[in-house]
Design a binder for this molecule. Sequence first.
Ligand code: GLA
Length: 674
Amino acid sequence: MADSSWPRVDAIAYGGDYNPEQWPREVWLEDVALMREAGVNLVSVGIFSWAMLEPREGEYDFAWLDDIISLLHDNGISVDLGTPSVSPPAWFFHTYPEARVTDARGTVMGFGSRGMASHAAPEYREAVARMAGALAERYGDHPAVVLWHIHNEYGVPVAEDFGPRAVASWQRWLKERYVDLDGLNAAWGTAFWGQRYGEWEHVVAPAATPTIANPAMKLDWARFTDDQLRECFLIEKDAIREHASQPVTTNFMAHQSWNVDLWKWAELVDVVSDDHYLWSPDPDAHVLLSLAADLTRSVAGGKPWMLMEHSTSAVNWQGRNIAKRPGEMRRNSLAHLGRGADAIMFFQWRASRSGAEKFHSAMLPHAGTDSRLWREVVELGDDLKKVASVKGSLVEADVAVLYDWESMWAHELEWRPSDDLQFRERIRAHYERLWRDNVTVDFAHPSHDLSRYKLVVAPSSYLMTAESAANLTRYVEGGGVLLVDAFAAAVDEHDAVHPGGFMAPLKDALGVTCDEYLPLREGGSAAVVMDDGTELRFTAWAEDLKLSGAEVVATYAGGPADGAPAITRNARGEGHAWYLSAMLSTEALASVYERVYADAWVEPAGLPEGVEVVTRRGDEEDFVVVLNHGDHEVRLPMAGTDMLTGGVPVSEVTVAGGGAAVVRVPLTGQGGEA
Ligand code: GLA
């Protein structure tokens, strides 16, 4: 049995979700032949197969799965074996109606779609353990099975359950956390609005309430829900581990993972995997792709990760499902590779004729092999063979962006000073600034050791514990440069305002605190003027700052804080901490970052507009991935070998509009053979 943390595939893994149960057996033969033609070496099987594997309770049918796994194995294709816990069969819900999920309004979810049963239902927990155990017992030693894929995208389509059993689990969870009700009453501030609890059984779920529910309660509810999902994952993982030792994963959704704190989840999987789909309304969706890839690599602790799903072309679940342009799938795939993915996989292998996802693109489209999409799929398989030596190399970053799911959960609760300042928007604005300046970043949690970074950016840290604030202060004192964006460190882990007021725990680092938030009316804007005279427009948000040692770098001109400090810089220990109290766009942030880069000795690479360059470092060489998202050819000086065009030595890399290159640059700095 395998025991490494990476699935045993001697190449960049290439393939996708494979649902053979949707097709007659003669199609399977065509499938494997075409998989070979495309260079597919790994497929995910069984993710939605529970009804086929256990047609009646306790009656298993593994024969078809045996056959398809053997067929794949005979053709040199490895298997990422799914546990089907995201889609219990109709009989399960018929027999155990209490295992259905109840939403906040008390509606019980019906069968006929997909999504998890109640995470609190003992019948569900027992059934998934049995199924995962049975699969592991049967396939734990199978040479084709190189990875376990537990569940599918925890947290969607449904995470929260407000049914009576979930509420009972919630009360148990709270008892463990707070021990006695005095602790809970204090943490939640229940003196407000007369919410004090005298009995544990009186603590209900934050379901439908006449006006907003206690925010500290909702924040704990988010933590509880995440914990419950992790418990369900571990039930399956433990069941697998009784019989099998292949690595285990579950597919994350990086920046789209609303309900699951990936810092915690990543510790439980052997290999991190992620699903990513472009958001069609966004013409620069490739920026969010890079963000998701960097976030995934970061939760993986910098190690290579698997792109478990993306699409060859359009998806089917957005308002307008935009097909990818020629070359776009290749660029997307190489962007993930450049940011650390050693597996490039898709949803799904063959387009489904029936069901909810028939308009979703696939590796093998409805149009068959005489199609542009198929030709691009075959070419991509070929490209990935050419860049196989990239496997195992690492991405290095000098800059970290802080990302904390708990802060997001708290920030996104109701009744904030303004709806216009949002967690994800702020993360994106700062990330995009760094992306446009071609500065490679890691993401980090505010409690992490940050000392190896030259610059740390905190775009959205509404919730910050005193411990994390102390960690950031130490980072600055030790010589780091910190850039903190607006609405920072307002509350602690219970969504309670810090003693001493907004930003009090960061006062030493920043040399400034905030007396009052001054949001703008909808559509409003004003300016801040930098000390060199540069005027930057801002929208939505300003603050009334109180200086306690910081120098003023920019002053408000107009708006509710007219004439008062807007951007500050504070010397502390060996480092500097910046505070940015106005909401600036990616464009406006450029002038601020210019100054911050200078403080941090970060040198942005001057690249033509729309060109993305990211480097993976191997033992003896750099692999430089160049992506041209623009329409015109670009040339970049670079001495190495162009791996996609047959290892030709180059002193300059030429990339056509919409094209990509991977250049191997020996660490000696001279070009050589690929
Ligand atoms: C998700 C799911 C897949 C499929 C795709 C479609 O990522 O994991 O099963 O539904 O979306 O984009």
